[in-house]
Ligand binder design. Structure first.
Ligand SMILES: *[C@@H]1O[C@H](CO)[C@@H](O)[C@H](O)[C@H]1NC(C)=O
Ligand SMILES: *[C@@H]1O[C@H](CO)[C@@H](O)[C@H](O)[C@H]1NC(C)=O
Ligand SMILES: *[C@@H]1O[C@H](CO)[C@@H](O)[C@H](O)[C@H]1NC(C)=O
Ligand SMILES: *[C@@H]1O[C@H](CO)[C@@H](O)[C@H](O)[C@H]1NC(C)=O
Length: 494
């Protein structure tokens, strides 16, 4: 027996020695990734099918609503495509759908860059014109007719959650947005409201509705506000022609089974910008008026399901991330507290690190540069040098694949119509200290039509700001640990 005991440690050592190399080699990212062409195309066809859902979304919502324990709050999260599923066919084919998405995406990127420029040029609140509903209405209408997309079927917002507003709660769909802070809903009486799916929220029917006075902390935290009759008016412009103007109030919000009182929200009487039928917007940015800030959340996380899928995932507050998370510092911009920056240090393609100066991704003291994680941008934008380097390495690794013409903002495309699956070089983000996040192939080789044209889904930007978009985040739980200033990525965790 004593002998056995003495033997045990050495057996353990032997076991450990044999097990460790196996685990290591398993977890080493491979230099190529498999792209399932057939399944990507099947999903592309599916998103266009007009087959009605068997269960209405709101009913699914109720049955799926997770009753979370302790302080965590869990909301269902849906991609845009699943919300539009029961509407008359919006796009005739997948090619048009992709073109519309990419057009929206360019507008989104422009508006983020404009927001940052405004903050960096330190335009003070008093320099901005006061709220002028008439001017805004004209500006909004003009902005929407721009070169971008025609028709009212387009709109901002790519992912949505449902929550309750007021007492008793009215259940409504909201766009989620990591690129802004102010939460708002369309409110009766409407001076000008866009079409939404749920009935418009009427403050008269809510016992918890309460206007904020002008001298409150919340009112003073707004970028654009005005005082009328000592109550606070707010305005938010998104830089793409979308805006919302109305009363800044406090309301009770119901998230899953949790009620939160006195949340500062905008009650928008004049709203332009087609938020795809959503009742309003949830700001998940880093500013003091955002939902996570007002909830005093120590963390929040979301998982973006595939943009073409019918399934839902969750938006969670105060839920710890699992242990296999790849973490990196959450960096703040002293010029603008809204954006959530990640400390990206490099990118590799096919296992080889791109020869890029890491200053290319660094946020400088003037608030210039840096890399943000955004839920509303689709395609990751990199500074031109970084993009060119990535593209060249990817092209070198895919010489055997049949090339196709460029498509919209994509310059690297392939004709995979005769393939069931292909191997492509693995693209990984690096975060320093050996931390690496290899992306699944479908997060950077995406179909752009339904007959087999796939493109490398990265794009160059002339701005110093880089953006990690939702195509690259798909299927990954992205967690913002606000208490410890860290961002975490958990692959395959929707
Ligand atoms: C201001 O408040 C008074 C009374 O509180 C009300 O009669 C008046 O209509 C209000 N004015 C506006 C512009 O809302
Ligand atoms: C968040 O903290 C503030 C200040 O400590 C407090 O007034 C507010 O009620 C808290 N909100 C929630 C939802 O816990
Ligand atoms: C793609 O390749 C297939 C054969 O593999 C060919 O029939 C088809 O014309 C090609 N499509 C384009 C757009 O070149
Ligand atoms: C590709 O699909 C479109 C419809 O989306 C069709 O009009 C076109 O002819 C197809 N091209 C090829 C080369 O098959």
């Amino acid at each position: 027996m004593a002998q056995m005991r003495a033997l045990l440690p050495s057996i353990l050592i032997v076991l450990t020695l044999t097990v460790i190399p196996l685990v290591l080699s398993r977890s080493l990212p491979s230099t190529t990734a498999l792209l399932d062409v057939t399944s990507a195309l099947r999903q592309a066809h599916n998103v266009l099918s007009v087959e009605p859902r068997t269960t209405p979304l709101t009913q699914q919502e109720e049955t799926q609503q997770q009753h979370s324990s302790s302080s965590s709050l869990v909301l269902q999260l849906h991609p845009r495509a699943s919300l539009l599923k029961n509407k008359p066919l919006q796009q005739p084919d997948y090619r048009s759908l992709t073109l519309a998405r990419l057009a929206r995406d360019s507008v989104r990127v422009d508006s983020l860059v404009a927001r940052l420029d405004l903050a960096r040029n330190r335009i003070s609140k008093s320099d901005l014109k006061p709220v002028d509903v008439e001017v805004e209405r004209q500006y909004g209408a003009k902005g929407l007719q721009g070169p971008v997309v025609s028709g009212t079927s387009q709109g901002s917002g790519e992912y949505f959650s449902s929550l309750g507003i007021g007492s008793p709660p009215s259940q409504v769909y909201m766009v989620i947005d990591t690129g802004s802070d102010v939460n708002w809903v369309q409110c009766a009486p409407c001076a000008d409201c866009y079409q939404q799916t749920d009935p418009i929220f009427d403050p008269v029917s809510s016992s918890s509705f309460s206007p904020l006075s002008c001298d409150t902390k919340q009112c003073r935290s707004l970028d654009l506000s005005e005082c009328r009759n000592r109550t606070c008016l707010y305005e938010v412009s998104y830089g793409d022609g979308s805006f919302t103007v109305g009363d800044f109030v406090t309301e009770t919000i119901t998230l899953g089974s949790a009620k939160i009182d006195n949340l500062a929200i905008g009650c928008g009487h004049n709203n332009q910008g087609l938020f795809v039928g959503a009742a309003g917007l949830l700001g998940l940015g880093g500013g003091s008026l955002s939902l996570p800030s007002q909830l005093n959340a120590t963390s929040f996380s979301y998982c973006l399901v595939d943009r073409d899928s019918d399934s839902a995932s969750t938006l969670e507050f105060n839920t710890p991330l699992p242990p296999n998370v790849v973490t990196t510092p959450l960096v703040r911009n002293p010029q603008l507290d809204t954006f959530l920056y990640v400390a990206l240090t490099g990118i590799s393609v096919g296992g080889d690190r791109l020869p890029l100066s890491d200053s290319l991704f660094r946020l400088d003291g003037n608030g210039d540069g840096g890399v943000i994680v955004d839920s509303g941008t689709a395609v990751t934008r990199l500074q031109t040098d970084a993009y060119n380097s990535l593209r060249d390495a990817f092209v070198r690794g895919t010489r055997e694949l049949p090339a196709a013409d460029g498509f919209a903002l994509f310059d690297t495309c392939y004709n995979l119509s005769s393939k069931g699956s292909v191997e492509v070089p693995t693209v990984s983000f690096h975060f320093g200290k050996g931390k690496e996040l290899p992306l699944p192939a479908k997060n950077y080789m995406i179909p752009v039509d339904s007959n087999g044209t796939f493109c490398l889904a990265f794009a160059p930007t002339s701005s110093a700001l880089s953006i990690i978009g939702n195509v690259q985040q798909q299927g990954t739980r992205v967690g913002f640990d606000l208490a410890n200033s860290a961002i975490g990525f958990v692959p395959n965790k929707c």
